[in-house]
Design a protein around this ligand. Sequence first.
Ligand code: ZN
Length: 326
Amino acid sequence: MSYTGPGFDLPQPRRSLRGPLTVALAALVPGALLGWAVYAAVDGPGNGGSSAGASATASASAPSGAPSSTTPSPSGDRKPSASPTAEESPSPSASTSAPAASGPLKGKVVVIDPGHNPGNFRHTAEINRQVDIGTNRKECDTTGTSTDDGYAEARFTLDVAHRMRALLEEQGATVKLTQDADRPFGPCVDERARIGNAAKADAVVSLHADGSGAGNRGFHVILPGAVDAGAADTRAIVGPSRDLGERIAGNFVRVTGSAPSNYVGGGTGLVTRKDLGGLNLSTVPKVFVECGNMRDSKDAALLTSGAWRQKAARGISDGIVSFLRG
Ligand code: ZN
């Protein structure tokens, strides 16, 4: 989730707490996560995570206004350097937010928040505007990061969002996106949160890929910490959001085979933060998923693969389905 783009995210300090934390986690996680916990304990990354509180960088973005139901944007909004085109998402299909007629998730509303916006870099003044996130003020939105070859995080998040929408609609869910590259920039993080709230979403997932240092690998799920300040009051969503996040992490490992982050979260793949407007202002269960590190070449090879993005979309979607079915 980097804000400013390439080069801005500093690697997190490492320490070796993975073992103990993993064990503790294994004791707490529900059965559905067993596979993941075992994986983390037995075959996890060698590097312990850094502190859970997370990266100095993140912040994220939040959604915007109108749920899109349109096809992705005019290519004009794309970052010039972005390359990979070959593996764009499978037909994003036109009718996006149409509720499915049947399926186990009939009646459930899922809001997918594709982090950043492919057009943000053209609108620096607008996205640098400060907005109130309850605990403090923060930039409206950020450009996001990119791989060394120029594949933009904003393109990645939209692609995974389209894949997830298709999977969740198959299950009968009503799916809304906070942006579909159908607006010049943003939405601002506060608006992204409000979109999920207004939709009375049963679950919201904000999609990102990190911009940390080379060698830092793996995914992590960011959970809202308990805050009660100004317009932010997450106390009611901390519990359900953790449940949602744990299920997503477990399924992400199972489906993608990717390891939890080796640089944040102590090997658990879970990080709690109180500085993200998109989480602070949410009144419905919500997490962020950092699918990998775009600045690491091995992670970048995964993130730029359409086949891998399909797995990522399925892992996250399976976690949401598990959460919604209880
Ligand atoms: Zn991001």
